[in-house]
Write a protein that binds this ligand. Structure first.
Ligand code: ADP
Length: 242
């Protein structure tokens, strides 16, 4: 006799996973297909062509982000992801993330506060960039356009930390337990127009875990949210700070 409840649960979550991914890929493809058809009928309507171009670009960006996240997550879970630690200045890396945000994002909203003389760290720059970008994208998505987003990079005796704070919708205590699960979205967001796949935080946490760090959240509904990445100095890659 063996307890198969875990295997059954794993099979179920795999099926749910495939179902959700298929849906997430089908939806933008449908939109792109629809616009492709309509372009041939409305090719003389300049305003329509601009709308079509913007929509197609947005949908392609959305799919690209999904595929990027899925590929990294699959590699991490299969254990085939080889970390490529490089000497990194976190302030520069955060600036890269900001530069690479979707066009259309109002980057003026972001204030970066970094303590002086931060030591460089040995991290997988490409990977950590995905984690920080996911936090920044969320801060933008889930807060009003006229509120600031603050990125703080600090050093304590134990850790080097990157905090991303928004003054947005906040996350309920119950949801704070679940937002790191794959495909989980707060009910209000899942039902709203805010685009998303519920993957950003789970991949961000996996990436931070690979660096033996931690990703935590502090949030209050209607006030805002802070996500903090902690790279512990005494463990893993952050220990090799030069
Ligand atoms: P996505 O944003 O694509 O839905 P994530 O995994 O990045 O997926 O986030 C999961 C859920 O956590 C979001 O759907 C949202 O409900 C909640 N969330 C994440 N970041 C924030 C934030 N900064 N403010 C409020 N809610 C957030």
């Amino acid at each position: 006799m063996r307890d198969i409840s875990q295997e059954v649960a794993a099979r179920k979550s795999r099926a749910e996973f495939v179902g959700s991914v298929s849906h997430e890929v089908k939806a933008p493809l449908n939109t792109i297909g629809l616009y492709a058809q309509m372009i041939s009928e409305h090719h003389e309507d300049a305003a329509f062509l601009v709308e079509a171009q913007n929509t197609i670009e947005q949908e392609v960006e959305r799919m690209t982000r999904l595929i990027h996240n899925l590929l990294s997550m699959t590699q991490i879970e299969m254990g085939t992801f080889e970390l490529d630690p490089q000497r990194t200045q976190l302030t520069e890396m955060v600036q890269d993330c900001i530069n690479m945000l979707d066009h259309g994002a109002n980057k003026e909203r972001i204030n970066v506060l970094a303590s002086d003389k931060l030591p460089p760290v040995q991290v997988d720059k490409e990977l950590l960039r995905i984690a920080v970008s996911n936090l920044l994208t969320n801060a933008f998505k889930y807060s009003p356009a006229d509120t600031p987003t603050i990125v703080q990079i600090n050093e304590s005796p134990e850790a080097i930390t990157i905090g991303v704070t928004d003054q947005g919708l906040g996350i309920s205590t119950a949801d704070q337990e679940r937002i790191f699960d794959k495909f989980y979205r707060s009910e209000s967001h899942a039902q709203s127009d805010t685009p998303g796949h519920g993957l950003g935080l789970s991949i961000a946490r996996e990436i931070v875990n690979l660096h033996h760090g931690s990703l935590t959240v502090i949030s209050a509904l209607s006030e805002g949210t802070t996500f903090t990445i902690e790279l512990w100095k005494n463990t893993g890659v952050a220990a090799h700070a030069i």
